[in-house]
Design a protein around this ligand. Structure first.
Ligand code: SF4
Ligand code: SF4
Length: 156
């Protein structure tokens, strides 16, 4: 048994703790890897409702659904939502409704498809919550494209 496994056993369901109590490595593990936060969003100016589009940040590795520049993401993409314990209160309305950080910030449970609950990372895609193979890079979008046509209505 390695140290990480021992820590998990010592702290079962640690993700149910308030966000402020999570250790740095637990904070990182809370991400479900859905990739939705790397999609461009449209906001309805009248209602404030936010919609996810199929347009992904150019740095998203769409096969792995991982950031291609994670350590330097805020420098490479100033619009990147780098979520921290300090800014989660401010960022939460802009995060997908299923985002684990938003859910826990709102004191809601993680869904059963979250890898921490299911025990496998493939459950995210199986539940239809991953952006894998569902988006295109912002570099591929035509200048005259109507972005409303690119809204993914089933992703929230
Ligand atoms: S939306 Fe939240 S849980 Fe999903 S990849 Fe982004 S930070 Fe992680
Ligand atoms: S820089 Fe990385 S984490 Fe930030 S939006 Fe782009 S792909 Fe996602």
């Amino acid at each position: 048994m390695n140290t990480k496994q021992q820590a998990r056993i010592a702290e079962p369901n640690w993700w149910q703790q308030p966000l402020a109590q999570l250790k740095p490595e637990q904070w990182e593990q809370l991400c479900d890897g859905c990739g939705k936060c790397c999609l461009h969003k449209l906001e309805n100016e009248d209602t404030g409702e936010v919609f996810l589009t199929a347009v992904a940040c150019q740095f998203l590795d769409q096969d792995r659904v991982r950031c291609g520049c994670y350590q330097s993401r805020s420098a490479k993409n100033p619009d990147c939502l780098v979520i921290t314990p300090e800014n989660i209160n401010q960022l939460a309305p802009w995060l997908p409704k299923t985002c684990a950080y938003r859910l826990r910030h709102e004191d809601q449970p993680l869904p059963g498809w979250h890898p921490l609950c299911s025990g496998v990372s493939t459950s995210v895609e199986k539940a239809g919550q991953s952006v894998r193979y569902r988006c295109l890079s912002e570099r591929e979008v035509d200048a005259d494209q109507d972005w409303q046509e690119l809204i993914l209505p089933d992703l929230i």
